[in-house]
Design a protein. Sequence first.
Length: 279
Amino acid sequence: MKTKPSDLFNLDHYPLDQHETSSFQELIARSQSDMAELGYVELPHFITEQATGALIDDAERLATRAFRSHGPGTAYLELPDETQWPEGHPRRRWQPYGVEAVSYDLIPLHSPLRALYESDLLLRFLEAVLNRGPLFRYADPFGALNLAVMGEGDELQWHFDQTDFVVSLAIQHADEGGNFDVVPKIRTTGDEHYDDVAAVLNGDHSKMVTLPMTPGTLLIFEGRNSIHRVSPLSGPTKRYVGLLGYDTKADTMSSDLLRTVRYGRTQAFATPPTDWPLT
Ligand SMILES: O=C(O)CCC(=O)C(=O)O
Ligand SMILES: [Fe+2]
């Protein structure tokens, strides 16, 4: 059975299907002002409670398909040029990370997470909020949609994203930690603010905001200039977050290097396997 938008989205609070109404216009205006002021828009209860429950069940099944990546990483997601940056410089600060990801090509056709991502209602809403012209789902068969799975001891290091924005969906919280911490707008395109970045890496959390990300929350986040992390988590409950890839260009693809590191493969499945593990 095909998932209907009203099964997924909390249309009473977020009238995605009624662009002409004043409540939709107000939602867009509010979201745009949050984006301009804070660099993110947090939309709690975006997903119905019932759909959130279905997403959790789905995530439990999907998690068995996750590929684990871990290691030291930098805030700039690159190998530092040691001839250019002195020791101790933020560009040369290595931090541990550990996360598992289920790539788009492994997410079954009937998955509610896939239905949500492939919904045009959601795409049109994001277009209205971001106001940068037409938006496209990533063409990349790996990175277009991910389920990020994190467990005991996992964390994601302080970093800046290399994309203009990320759309994430909170599905399940860890028992402890696993918070999404942000220092909004710590740098600008012209000024790196290395001293401020160094302070954050040294544990200065005075300008840090922790976003609650209660399950069912949709977060639209500009991560290019806002340093952020997922704090170390503990306890047996997994943290599940859906990462939805969009761009203002039609053909965004991941490199073979990124595919190898994050998904452990470079060749995508033509259709999602129905059984896992593969026999
Ligand atoms: O898991 C999250 O909440 C955010 C992940 C993140 O920052 C990223 O994938 O760049
Ligand atoms: Fe990020």
